[in-house]
Design a protein around this ligand. Structure first.
Ligand code: AHR
Length: 501
């Protein structure tokens, strides 16, 4: 039997709530229809934002939202998206599906959405095709509370007070869609552009995110940090950045053969999970390089794009990246979030791609209908980790499972404690076949209460608009308290969360 040792006396750092963050791009039906339907829609909304989606995201406790891209960010000119809607420019979204972008969702609408969600804001600026002046004016427009051309323009557009920008990304994937730059070239541009991301609100400085590597590109990480980390000016005590991004998508058969989101066998199951577990290697790789520059871990690794990327659903626009979401996605989310928790000393924010109707979404919509995906339920079950203290945990004796030459551990976990002393244990059983007995043992604690929740279903189980609750979170009673812990049998391919007092 596997044993999970939990040392409740060994706190290993705070799990930043933003690790449970999300990403929304002007891509397919993420913004338009998924989040924003305009005020005159028949779909219930508040100031154009879908009420059903907003309510579900609040219940999931969304902590931060990144916008407007992605690749779209490096083609986005923010002035196209302000002022009276009827005057806003219409353009072609060349990256995503070649559809008309009418710019009806812009800066004001983004902040309205985040206000309704009660989440932090992460705005991504344009380095690839934008100017320093454009970026600098956007920051002034959003955050300056005085008399200035951009603050006056914001007021003229109906918003007297500035908003709070919590995070600002200086470009996106500048090694690729954001300008095909070399690390040396981007690093120099980063230094220049970020200079004009001014801290107009001294009490709430903007956290600047530097564009980091793609997957395992350690050369990018080294060269960018070499140029951008250290700053000769005492005013920039943390160097020029507060975080470095990392993008990694799980594509089971590689970019040419991503495979179906719903039609797959055991081999694909294990291949997908083994690729999800690779996230830990990436954190160690880039984190190790960051340690050389920043041993005190002042800057964060910001995994602001992650998740499964499969073939689009048959019959849908290939540029819309619309995919279904099964128990396999739930397990990918569960193991990835456990990894982030365990590396909370370096991973300060992460944004799954993307929030609604695009890639590994937590919500899918079809006109006025909405459903919660298995991935939603994982975020919901894990929400108690947000802001909690990571506890040291060790899984011992769990079997290795797999198919052909692909092997993964059967069980994987993370554990945290909230301020009121409640301990959250999140466990994933990666086995496609077998349930696993597991015994939890604390160092000293004698627990008096345990409450369990479970997400389970067939490997390919998913929610459809006809059957939206095929996969849903349920109470899990098959857990018994022991003298110094608890024992349970976790069903095959399921995710369990325990709340222990
Ligand atoms: O999330 C979809 C796209 O993937 C983003 O626009 C881009 O940054 C990444 O390549």
């Amino acid at each position: 039997m596997a044993k999970l040792y939990i040392n409740e006396k060994k706190k290993e750092g705070r799990i930043n709530p933003e690790v449970y963050g999300h990403f929304s791009e002007h891509l397919g039906r993420c913004i338009y229809e998924g989040l924003y339907v305009k005020e005159d829609s028949g779909i219930p909304n508040k100031n154009g934002m879908r009420t059903d989606v907003v309510e579900a995201l609040k219940e999931m406790q969304i902590p931060v939202l990144r916008w407007p891209g992605g690749c779209f960010a490096d083609e986005y000119h923010w002035k196209d998206g302000i002022g009276p809607r009827e005057n806003r420019k219409k353009m072609i979204n060349t990256h995503w599906g070649g559809v008309v972008e009418d710019n009806s969702f812009g800066t004001h609408e983004f902040f309205e959405l985040c206000e309704q969600l009660g989440c932090k804001t992460y705005v991504n600026g344009n380095v690839g095709s934008g100017t320093v002046q454009e970026m600098s004016e956007w920051v002034e427009y959003m955050t300056f509370d005085g008399v200035s051309p951009m603050a006056d323009l914001r007021k003229a557009n109906g918003h007297e007070k500035p908003w709070k920008v919590d995070y600002f990304g200086v470009g996106n994937e500048n090694w690729g869609c954001g300008g095909n730059m070399t690390p040396e070239y981007y690093a120099n541009l980063y230094r220049r552009y970020q200079t004009y991301v001014r801290h107009y609100q001294q009490a709430a400085p903007i956290q600047k995110i530097c564009g980091g590597p793609n997957v395992a590109d350690d050369n990018w990480t080294k060269k960018v940090l070499d140029t951008c980390f250290a700053s000769p000016h005492p005013a920039n005590a943390h160097g020029f950045m507060d975080g470095l991004s990392l993008h990694y998508y799980v594509t089971p058969g590689g970019w040419d053969k991503k495979g179906s989101a719903t039609e797959f066998g055991e081999k694909d199951w294990y291949l997908t999970l083994s690729k999800a577990l690779y996230m830990e290697e990436l954190i160690k790789l880039h984190g190790g390089i960051m340690d050389q520059f920043d041993p005190e871990k002042k800057i964060g690794l910001i995994v602001d794009e992650w998740g499964d990327w499969f073939d689009v659903e048959p019959g849908t626009n290939p540029g819309f990246l619309y995919q279904q979401n099964t128990m396999r996605d739930a397990l990918v989310a569960a193991v990835t979030l456990n990894i982030f928790n365990k590396h909370c000393d370096r991973v300060k924010m992460a944004c799954i791609a993307q929030l609604v109707n695009v890639l590994q979404s937590v919500i899918l919509t079809e006109g006025e209908k909405m459903l919660l995906t298995p991935t939603y339920h994982v975020f919901h079950m894990y929400k108690y980790h947000q802001g909690a203290q990571l506890l040291h945990s060790d899984m011992v004796g769990a079997e290795t499972v797999g198919s052909d030459d692909i092997c993964v551990p059967s069980l994987q976990e993370s554990v945290s404690v909230q301020e009121d002393g409640t301990i959250t244990v999140t466990l994933a059983n990666l086995s496609a076949q077998d349930s696993c007995p597991v015994e939890l043992q604390f160092a000293e604690k004698k627990p008096s209460l345990v409450e369990g929740r479970i997400l389970s279903g067939g490997l390919q189980a998913h929610n459809t608009f006809e059957a939206p609750e095929t996969v849903k979170e349920e109470a899990f009673d098959a857990v018994a308290l022991t003298e110094r812990g608890a024992s349970l049998e976790i069903p095959a391919h399921s995710v369990v969360s325990l709340r222990i007092r």
